[in-house]
Design a protein around this ligand. Structure first.
Ligand code: NDP
Length: 339
């Protein structure tokens, strides 16, 4: 793995913050454009795909591929063209409208002409008692990671979107009985995912129940979940060995809050049809921008867009191109910048 420059006088062409499909694709494109990108890929590089098993919907893998393996391949492809990686989390940034952008690892300052923000998203929490305390003791946000721990046990999955359905289908391979619990009697999930979930004999549906508390038994592990029936207002309890919270995601935009424009949910706002933020030289790609699609392939697509936007920005920021007369021919354009 190439070591990054820590010379604080050096101004990189491009720094990429994030090591998921968006960040690695931006790295691949900027590396192939000879911009020598420096990627802060995070301590747990690979993004959300690091917590996934089979990826069956990424074009080009007809047999499917494991998420972590796919990320290793994305990374290797970017590395092949000279990308440098820092396997650590960025502590803070100082972004400006044009000029030099600054990214900090502790006190270590890294400077760049452009920054591509690709920090991704993370699972949303309910914010109710017991949720954090019982993490790893029955309560989880990652069905794919933890589903197999609940073999022949009773599990609930909270949420009514595609994430909840996907988790339920996966966990139902292990659990003896699984209840999908939603706070409304409508679902956000797509019809195909809902149909697949309904087909499973060991999956039932409970609603409209609003989660109130995860309750531990004497062993210190989850024993039951308390809910409020939204129609009757009465409390109900469901006994469960495992509870999976699958209620969507929040963008990982903390480090840029107050610097770059975000919407009310914290997603970074970009100009329609581009990856440009409200700050010149700062671009945003992948799930940290996208509330809607949030697929590996769409993240990779916007990563490519971010790289091309950064490349164009750098080209336009370079010293002006002058026309030189070449003997015996037409005027040729020669860039006066360092290239
Ligand atoms: P969604 O926003 O689609 O669904 C979130 C679910 O969680 C809703 O049922 C919502 O209820 C519920 N919820 C949210 N907050 C709470 C709360 N505090 N208490 C109880 N319930 C709550 O998120 P997903 O992560 O499921 O999906 C996001 C996007 O990713 C979608 O576009 C989806 O299609 C896509 N996706 C696709 C997959 C696939 O195709 N294989 C797999 C996973 C995701 P309410 O409706 O009442 O707000």
């Amino acid at each position: 793995m190439a070591e990054p420059m820590s010379d604080s006088n050096k101004v990189e062409n491009v720094i990429i913050v994030g090591g998921g499909p968006a960040g690695y694709t931006a790295a691949l494109y900027t590396a192939r454009a000879n911009l020598e990108p420096l990627v802060f890929e995070g301590f747990q590089w690979g993004g959300q795909l690091q917590n996934t098993t089979d990826v069956e919907n990424y074009p080009g893998y007809p047999e499917g591929i494991m998420g972590p393996e796919m990320m290793a391949q994305f990374r290797a492809q970017a590395e092949r063209f000279g990308t440098r990686f820092v396997t650590d989390d960025v502590d803070r940034v100082e972004l400006s409208d044009g000029g030099v952008q600054k990214v900090f690892l502790g006190d270590e300052e890294h400077r760049a002409k452009t920054v591509i923000l690709a920090m991704g998203a993370e699972p949303k929490r309910l914010g109710i008692p017991g949720e954090m305390e019982l993490g790893g003791r029955g309560v989880s946000t990652c069905g794919v990671c933890d589903g197999a721990f609940f073999k022949d046990q009773k599990v609930i999955v909270i949420g009514g979107g595609d994430s909840a359905m996907e988790d339920s289908i996966f966990i139902s391979k292990f659990a003896s009985q699984l209840d999908v619990v939603t706070r409304r009697d409508q679902f956000r999930a797509s019809k195909i995912m809902l149909d697949r979930t309904r087909e499973k004999d060991n999956i039932g549906f409970r609603n409209p129940l609003e989660p109130l508390e995860f309750v531990a038994g004497e062993s210190g592990k989850l024993e039951k979940v308390r809910f409020r029936n939204v129609n009757s207002g009465e409390e109900e309890e469901i006994a469960a060995d495992g509870a999976f919270v699958a209620i969507g995601h929040v963008p990982k935009s903390e480090i840029v809050q107050g610097q770059v424009q975000t919407d009310e949910d914290g997603y970074i706002e970009t100009e329609a049809g581009s990856t440009r933020t409200n700050l010149g030289g700062v671009f945003a790609v992948g799930d940290v921008v996208d509330h809607t699609y949030r697929q590996a392939v769409t993240a990779a697509g916007t990563g490519c867009m971010g790289a091309l936007d950064a490349e164009r920005y750098l080209r336009d920021e370079e010293p002006p191109v002058e026309a030189h007369w070449m003997p015996g021919g037409e005027p040729a354009e020669i860039a006066t910048g360092s290239g």
